[in-house]
Design a protein around this ligand. Structure first.
Ligand SMILES: Nc1nc2c(ncn2[C@@H]2O[C@H](COP(=O)(O)OP(=O)(O)OP(=O)(O)O)[C@@H](O)[C@H]2O)c(=O)[nH]1
Ligand SMILES: [Mg+2]
Length: 320
């Protein structure tokens, strides 16, 4: 990408940004180089993660949140991350349709991110796409992911405020405890509050939260009831998000999250560089021979890996 394209992205140009994002999704080297040029211009956007179980209403919620932030004069970027296989790409289409009402608004940029098969690639692409939206000058970047598990924890590391969405009577609570969500989410939303059991779910969740081992000055995450389909509770949710931002800024927590994010990204970058290095450096004949040894049970996978790593380290030693 040219210096001109970088300039256009910084000025908020949608087409250049979309092209760069496509490159990032495809793992294109040039795209990642462009991202490096943009990196010094990032770090200004406020990143909000929206996670929760499938079908809980995250996209509908994001859609109405876009409206709420726009009414408060903020520009918004949305990265809807779809970890499902390309064969079941329905969710992406659904998101596009659902958020279509904003497609003529210059202050909104929506992008679906599909995986290219492996999770590490998804995380890397998602972070890259958030950086591009940040560089475009979006005040708020909303990141939507599906599922309960490790992935939320990862997205939480990426977000300044993480919002966890559950529904009445879905039995998500136990899963959440298992996945450690209670510890990492900043705001809980019980969406589909028009359905039975919403107030009960709120009481249960609040009592679970109060049983956590809170430090005396630790903030209790609020629980907000919403009906995303008709916008009920959205102003309150927006207020809570902005309140959390204020809290982070006043406590120095924003810088702390920025630091965590940078550290996480550094680890990812090291791992991905090492993977690339290993792919390029391990001699195919050596690998084939070790595979044969494994098949014949002459060596264990761990011992084979150690043999390769020692060889790589020796190569490094002689090259410096
Ligand atoms: N009754 C009710 N239905 C809702 C509400 N919010 C969303 N829905 C419906 O729930 C369904 C799923 O909504 P989505 O916004 O696609 O949910 P999601 O969590 O993004 O789904 P995935 O991304 O596929 O995991 C849709 O049919 C919505 O219309 C709500 O407040 N009340
Ligand atoms: Mg969705």
């Amino acid at each position: 990408m040219t210096a001109d394209a970088v300039k256009r992205i910084l000025a908020g140009d949608v087409r250049s940004a979309a092209r760069l994002m496509r490159g990032i999704e495809n793992g294109d080297r040039v795209a990642f180089e462009t991202l490096e040029t943009l990196y010094p211009q990032t770090g200004k956007a406020y990143i909000i993660g929206v996670t929760g179980s499938p079908g809980g209403g995250k996209s509908t919620l994001v859609d109405v949140l876009i409206g709420a932030f726009r009414r408060r004069g903020m520009t918004v970027g949305v990265a809807a991350i779809d970890p499902t296989s390309p064969l079941t790409g329905g969710a992406i289409l659904g998101d596009r349709v659902r958020m279509q009402q904003h497609c003529t608004d210059q202050g909104v940029f929506i992008r679906s991110v599909a995986t290219r098969g492996w999770l590490g690639g998804l995380a890397r692409a998602a972070i890259g796409i958030v950086h591009v939206m940040d560089a475009m000058g979006k005040d708020i970047v909303l990141v939507e992911t599906v599922g309960i598990g490790q992935q939320e924890v990862d997205v939480t590391r990426l977000a300044d405020t993480s919002v966890f969405v559950l529904t009445p009577g879905s039995g998500d609570a136990i899963q959440m405890m298992k996945a450690g969500i209670l510890e990492v989410a900043d705001i809980f939303v019980i969406n589909k509050a028009d359905q039975e059991g919403a107030s009960r779910a709120k009481v249960d969740l609040k009592s679970m939260l109060s049983m956590k081992n809170n430090l005396p000055d630790e903030r209790q995450p609020p629980v907000v009831l919403t009906e995303a389909i008709n916008g009920r509770g959205i102003e309150e949710l927006t207020d809570e998000i902005l309140k959390h931002r204020k809290f982070l800024v006043s406590q120095g927590g924003w810088q702390k999250r920025e630091r965590q994010r940078a550290s996480h990204e550094l680890t990812e970058a090291i791992e991905s560089s090492l993977k690339d290095y290993i792919k390029l450096s391990v001699n195919q004949t050596t690998k084939d021979k070790l595979v044969e040894d494994l098949v014949q049970r002459r060596i264990s996978p761990q011992a084979a890996a150690s043999a390769i790593v020692s060889q790589l380290l020796r190569q490094c030693d002689t090259s410096v």
